[in-house]
Design a protein around this ligand. Structure first.
Ligand SMILES: Cc1ncc(COP(=O)(O)O)c(C=O)c1O
Length: 369
């Protein structure tokens, strides 16, 4: 079966560099917040065109710390989308705030700026723009609306590490950029990991303190924090992979070019790319009227597929009563969930495997409906 993503293929590709880095770290004997985390943080901040980075335990923690560093908590509202990894919404709740969900743009699957202004209330304290599937949200429009109301923007870059929006890396436009290094992500650890980037020294200091019990450099606390440290082994692994990330993302784009050409005559909606953005295709998502039948056909041909996501946050039992929705609901989000299908895509996918995916798509009986 060709998988949707393969952290194992990536490990095999960089195996000797990664095992060397792990062994050296083990022999150094310092496993938490040593020089490897510090140097990864510096490299990753530079890569993201930001001044500072704090390495963390996960992308969810990155969002929680970003929200808390902005002074947001009980009684406050944070606007984001429902069509995202449920982690985005879980983080708002974990920080004590109420998620107010708005609809997505039908073309790009990202927050629809036309729906944003109507969702803002006096309690709105932040907007989380999710760069879904690897493509930046419409940051100029979102930043303009947020700016008029004096509301900070957090970028959820978990799926778009290395992507660009109008010449800027994702994560460098809003007040804080949040990243996940979950193993399948474009920059993946071998375990959990995440980071925040910012160019604001005060937010940087707050997030550093929140990451470790609220401690400052003298181990004194002004506010309680949590434990969310990126460990030295994961930092060593990420430091091996970061220099290869742009090449890996280019390989993703090259595979997508092949898919797009091969599927151009098929009755599927292919991903659209917003002008002046570099989509780094964490996921290649198409739409089809009879998604489940296409999915079954591909499975029979040895091609795994995914659905990102089966349930938007406002349809999750654990979240539906907590989130706030606009009066008209989320019609675009509700319309796409039954049609979307994620095909295999990762840098190590061979040309032969790409051919197999294309062949399986072409042998589907497109006329059966
Ligand atoms: C858009 C988005 N936000 C946040 C997260 C949370 O990241 P993590 O799984 O590292 O906590 C993810 C990862 O699943 C994600 O895709």
């Amino acid at each position: 079966m060709i998988p949707v993503a393969s952290p194992l293929a990536q490990f095999s590709h960089y195996q000797s560099e990664i095992t060397d880095a792990i062994l050296t770290t083990l022999k150094e004997g310092n496993y938490i917040l040593g020089h490897r985390t510090a140097s990864f943080e510096q490299a990753f901040a530079g890569y993201c065109q930001a001044k500072h980075c704090v390495g963390l335990n996960s992308g969810t923690d990155a969002l929680i710390l970003a929200i808390r560093a902005l002074g947001i908590g009980q009684g406050d509202e944070v606007i984001t989308v429902s069509h995202t990894a449920v982690a985005t919404v879980a983080a708002i709740i974990a920080a004590g705030a109420t998620p107010c969900l708005v609809d997505i743009d039908a073309d790009y699957y990202t927050l629809d700026p036309d729906k944003l202004a109507a969702a803002i209330t006096p309690r709105t304290k932040a907007i989380i723009a999710v760069h879904l599937y690897g493509q930046a949200a419409d940051l100029d429009s979102i930043m303009a609306i947020a700016g008029r109301h004096g509301i900070p923007v957090i970028e959820d870059c978990a799926q778009a590490t290395g992507g660009f929006y109008k010449g800027r890396r994702v994560g460098s436009t809003g007040a804080i950029g949040c990243f996940s290094f979950y193993p399948t992500k474009n920059l993946g650890a071998i375990g959990d990991g995440g980071a925040v980037v910012t160019s604001d020294p005060q937010l940087f200091q707050k997030m550093r303190e929140l990451r470790q019990y609220g401690w400052n450099d003298q181990r004194k606390t002004a506010a309680p924090g949590i434990n969310s440290r990126l460990d030295e082994i994961q930092a060593a692994i990420l430091s091996v992979k970061l220099p290869h990330l742009d090449a890996d993302n280019r390989r993703r784009i090259a595979i997508v070019d092949r898919y797009n050409k091969a599927f151009s005559e098929l009755p599927v909606a292919r991903p659209k790319v917003r002008g002046e953005t570099t989509h780094v295709y964490h996921l290649y998502v198409i739409q089809h009227d009879d998604r489940d039948s296409l999915r079954n056909h591909l499975a029979a041909a040895g091609i795994a597929t995914g659905i990102h996501y089966v349930d938007p946050a406002h349809r999750h039992g654990g979240y539906d009563k907590i989130v706030r929705l606009p009066g008209e609901g989320l019609p675009v989000t509700d319309a796409v969930v039954g049609r979307i299908l994620t095909l295999p895509l990762y840098p190590e996918l061979s040309d032969d495997e790409v051919n197999q995916v294309i062949a399986a798509m072409q042998t589907y009986n497109w006329r059966q409906r």
